[in-house]
Design a protein around this ligand. Structure first.
Ligand SMILES: [Zn+2]
Ligand SMILES: [Zn+2]
Length: 324
């Protein structure tokens, strides 16, 4: 088969839902003890072999962590940078961008805002490209988008106002179900999801390759209108980033909290013919091990109910990069 060139590179900078969730010192120590015990048990004595032993035996989520920063994902091609949300993950993304042309100013990003709950905008004032003469295009469907970002930097909540940044901020009120063009042959469109205060999913496409950001949404049984529209919006996506905050049991208990589960993600992804499904917006009360188990259950549910389906399911972890 002919090797197709990558159309976009997707990187996860923040994958946690609701609130930043760093590991505690005791949790880190417990992992160090567990992993070093495994190394001793396996008889690995050459220090140069430790890393490859652990990487072969464990996922990064198990021997490292899924990550504690809140929602931020970048999608890049040529000199175009699209960012889904400005959770605390936008801080390390900003640091990475400042190692390139952004450090001199004159570069631009497109920030697609799903909604303005804290966990999706709280990293914004710490986005380093704001401190040079770059252009930050902030697109969103919610009304008063600029006021919402301005409100976060009122003196009661933050030491400096939005005007302090040398970067140019362009707030762009967009409409759902409309296609917007980007440089280099890309485009994006938005769809309303079911979440308190509304959340919008985004589909970014380039030359037939697509990534969907569908964080913060609930898909209620019986709400066939939303499910049918969702499947249409997800149709044939190469990568679906999906809010799988809760286990199925917890999702039933937390009806109307506006989040979903990995099992629902698998169901929708298979019905829509999605190729890769990233479990995302991980619950802050769930440990790395617990999230691993959610993934294992989702995989066994997929094998049981959809045998032979080619869907690739994984948990989004901080730093993970996928070329599409
Ligand atoms: Zn959220
Ligand atoms: Zn939310």
């Amino acid at each position: 088969m002919e090797n197709q060139a990558s159309q976009m590179s997707v990187t996860f900078w923040g994958v946690r839902g609701s609130i930043p969730t760093p590991l505690t010192p005791l949790e880190i120590e417990a992992k160090v003890i567990e992993m070093s015990s495994e190394v001793v048990r396996a008889g690995v004595t050459n220090p140069d072999e430790v890393a490859s032993f652990l990487r072969n035996k464990y996922t990064l989520m198990e021997c490292g962590t899924v990550g504690g920063n809140t929602t931020c994902v970048s999608v890049e091609w040529e000199d175009t940078t699209v960012i889904f949300d400005a959770g605390t993950g936008i801080r390390p993304l900003g640091k990475k961008l400042m190692k390139g042309p952004f450090s001199n100013g004159g570069s631009e990003v497109h920030l697609l805002v799903t909604h303005t709950h804290w966990d999706h905008i709280m990293g914004f004032p710490y986005f380093a490209p704001l401190f040079q003469r770059n252009t930050i295009n902030i697109h969103g469907v919610h009304p008063n988008l600029e006021d919402r970002f301005r409100g976060q930097q009122k003196p009661e909540y933050y030491p400096v106002p939005l005007e302090i940044f040398p970067a140019t901020l362009n707030f762009d009120q967009i409409e759902e179900n409309k296609k917007y063009e980007l440089k280099g042959g890309g485009s994006f469109s938005a769809m309303k999801l079911h979440h308190p205060g509304d959340c919008f999913g985004y589909r970014v496409e380039r030359n037939g390759v697509s990534v969907i950001m569908a964080t913060d949404s609930e898909y209620k049984r019986g709400d066939d209108g939303l499910i049918a529209r969702t499947i249409e919006f997800f149709k044939g996506a190469d990568l679906l980033i999906f809010d799988s905050q809760y286990t199925v049991e917890e999702a039933l208990l937390k009806e109307d909290w506006g989040h979903s589960s990995a099992i629902m993600g698998v169901r929708l992804a298979i019905e829509a013919g999605v190729k890769k499904l990233a479990l995302f917006h991980h619950e802050p009360n769930y440990s790395d091990k617990f999230i691993c188990n959610i993934l294992k259950k989702a995989l066994s549910d997929k094998d049981k109910h959809h045998p032979g389906a080619s869907l690739d399911v994984f948990a989004a972890t901080e730093g993970l990069q996928i070329d599409l």
